[in-house]
Ligand binder design. Structure first.
Ligand code: G6P
Length: 602
């Protein structure tokens, strides 16, 4: 995920920016850059790859005296990780850095290009700086031009702009992406999170959505749609490690809470009013394709399974899912009318990569769904859709799974609209549900404390079964995997209807069953399956919008109108349950024993 640092004051600016960006490294990035205006002189450096490369490029440069400075680490979303695409983006006399996605950038870009403005990068961000300069060239007033620019932006942004036209000022705006202002006397800092300014600033103000303004002469002028605002600073936390986790106990916990936010990024520019749009896909991708095969490992395999239900049901395209390590050696029969999809958080999983190479050798078209641009799997694929989950640090995957599943849902609708397998009414209903997803992913404090309390009852026993049907079977597999990975308790995911064909033999009070009982998919069927387990004295934790009186423990969900909203709401519950059990058992949640985040060996 991208990071922003800004500074206005008299100290050495290069070091403030580079040190600040270093503190944001843990978020992941693929290029970085800085821009400084001092004595009305603009300096700009960019480098692809690690920050060390940028340090190397700037080693002979030092900044002295008063000036303004902005820096950025970029995690590619629009366009490849190249120097041209790295921020700060440049106009004729101004520079901008930006986090988030400008949804209407295409429209703005076309408008600017029609007036003869040339774009150097493939990014959405570059439109901001050109729009600003276009306004300035007309009205000769930087503040007015900045306001007019912000008014035109749709989507999420946290942005800083500096310009030779007003070289003693930093302009800022925030809507949907985080940004804060740090204070230490006359020195004023900006950052996309606490860590870059801890140890430098003493107080902080966390900007709210819709706020914008400028800093000049050691003073912040803050505005929102209603005009100028006052604001209250608060003391800045001092613990960097804690700040990286945004106050959460573990990265996994932070990532569970982050899901609501990253889902907006995943959907941005893709979920339009009346259709799904993938800028990165060639419209011909599905021409001559009559089936889909998806290969993946671990959690990504589970999202693939969920996707296969959606693709067959709504896009009416046969879809087979295989575990990559199995696929590699089974001598699979492949034909070139099959689209080969790989799913991977890291883009480096050896088995998935090899499966992809095999499919390519067999002449199949390939598409990857991945969280890391420029990773081996993305580079190897004909096309790629980035999940935009941001860096995931917890070894047990959470937000990557959520965003992969979302991309598969979007892809389903994309194929369905192209093949006309669903009506516009159905499509509209799906899009409406999609827009509600971030809400379904919100972690409710009451729910979290209930799970913390419940977790103490589930620390022993001879195993867990997570059961579900249909789409909720892959979710049961994923719920069980989460628990296994971080609690080291035995857990299995099973199709609820299959329990009676064997596993029910294990049922007794020490067998814990987590039953996923959505209202919108086969509720009566799963209810009967759970009743069969209750009759054999299994201990049941039921998750459902409808009260289930036979269960020992019950968690009531809110959504009962769309399967995917139920899916995401229940997903969060299973993640939190695993987290709380693991914490009670005293395990290292973020780095479970024997596991690696990215498995690059066979
Ligand atoms: C490892 C990780 C899992 C992950 C799997 C596939 O086993 O611990 O969390 O699901 O690899 O990784 P990928 O990066 O390809 O999604």
């Amino acid at each position: 995920m991208c990071g922003i640092v800004g500074y206005i004051g008299k100290s050495e600016k290069k070091e403030i920016l580079l040190d600040g960006l270093q503190e944001l490294e843990y978020r992941g990035y693929d290029s970085a850059g800085i821009a400084i205006i001092e004595n009305k002189q603009l300096k700009n450096f960019k480098a692809v790859g690690k920050l060390q490369n940028l340090r190397e490029k700037t080693k002979d440069y030092t900044s002295q005296g008063f000036g303004v400075a902005i820096g950025h680490t970029r995690w590619a979303t629009h366009g490849k990780p190249t120097e041209l695409n790295a921020h700060p983006h440049m106009g004729a006399y101004s520079f901008v850095v930006h986090n988030g996605i400008i949804e209407n950038y295409q429209e703005l870009k076309e408008e600017l290009q029609a007036e003869g403005i040339e774009f150097l990068s493939q990014t959405d961000t570059e439109t901001i700086v050109h729009l600003f300069e276009k306004n300035y060239n007309i009205n000769n007033n930087s503040w007015k031009s900045f306001q007019q620019t912000i008014e035109r932006l749709e989507g999420a942004y946290a942005t800083l702009l500096i310009t030779e036209a007003q070289a003693d000022t930093i302009f800022f705006a925030k809507n949907g992406s985080p940004m804060l202002i740090g204070f230490d006397g006359e020195d004023i800092y900006f950052a996309s999170s606490d860590t870059p300014i801890i140890g430098r600033a003493k107080e902080v103000y966390y900007l709210e959505d819709g706020e914008f303004g400028y800093v000049k002469d050691g003073e912040v002028k803050l505005f929102d749609a209603n005009g100028i605002k006052t604001f209250t600073k608060q003391p800045l936390p001092t613990d960097k490690a804690l700040a990286q986790k945004d106050g959460y106990r573990f990265f996994m916990e932070k990532e569970i809470y982050e899901q609501t936010q990253v889902m907006n990024d995943t959907m941005m520019g893709r979920v339009l009013d009346d259709r799904i749009y993938f800028e990165e896909l060639d419209e011909k991708l599905f021409e001559n394709i009559d089936s889909i095969k998806i290969c993946a490992c671990g959690t990504s395999y589970h999202s693939a399974l969920a996707g296969s239900y959606l693709l067959e049901r709504m896009a009416k395209i046969p879809c087979q899912v295989e575990i990559a390590s199995e696929f590699r050696y089974k001598e699979p029969l492949l034909n070139d009318k099959t689209l080969f999809i790989t799913i991977s958080q890291s883009g480096e999983t050896a088995d998935t990569l090899e499966a992809l190479k095999m499919a390519k050798r067999a002449g199949l078209k390939s598409l990857s769904i991945c969280n890391v641009d420029n990773s081996s799997i993305v580079r190897e694929s004909d096309s790629a859709i980035l999940t935009r989950a941001g860096i995931e640090k917890g070894v047990a995957s959470t937000k990557a799974f959520a965003t992969q599943t979302m991309v598969l849902w979007m892809l389903t609708l994309y194929v369905a609209q192209a093949k006309k397998t669903i009506t516009q009414d159905t499509l509209n209903r799906e899009l409406e549900a999609m827009r509600h997803t971030p809400k379904a992913l919100l972690v409710d404090d009451k729910l979290h404390s209930k799970l913390t309390r419940l977790s103490k009852r589930y620390l022993h026993g001879h195993g867990f079964f997570f059961i579900g049907r249909d789409l909720f079977f892959p979710l049961a597999l994923e719920g069980a995997l989460k628990l296994k990975e971080i609690s080291y308790l035995h857990a299995e995911g099973y199709p609820a209807g299959e329990m009676k064909h064997g596993p029910i033999a294990l049922a007794d009070a020490e067998l814990f069953t987590v039953a996923l009982m959505p209202k919108t998919i086969h509720y009566d069927k799963i209810k009967s399956n759970v009743e069969e387990l209750c009759a054999r004295d299994a201990t049941v934790l039921a998750i459902s919008p409808d009260y289930f009186e036979l269960s020992d423990d019950f968690i009531q969900t809110k959504y009962d109108t769309h399967p995917m909203l139920e899916f995401f709401e229940m997903m969060v519950i299973t993640q939190l349950l695993a987290l709380e059990i693991s914490i009670r058992l005293g395990n290292d949640v973020d780095m479970p024993k024997n596991l690696a985040k990215s498995v690059t060996v066979e």
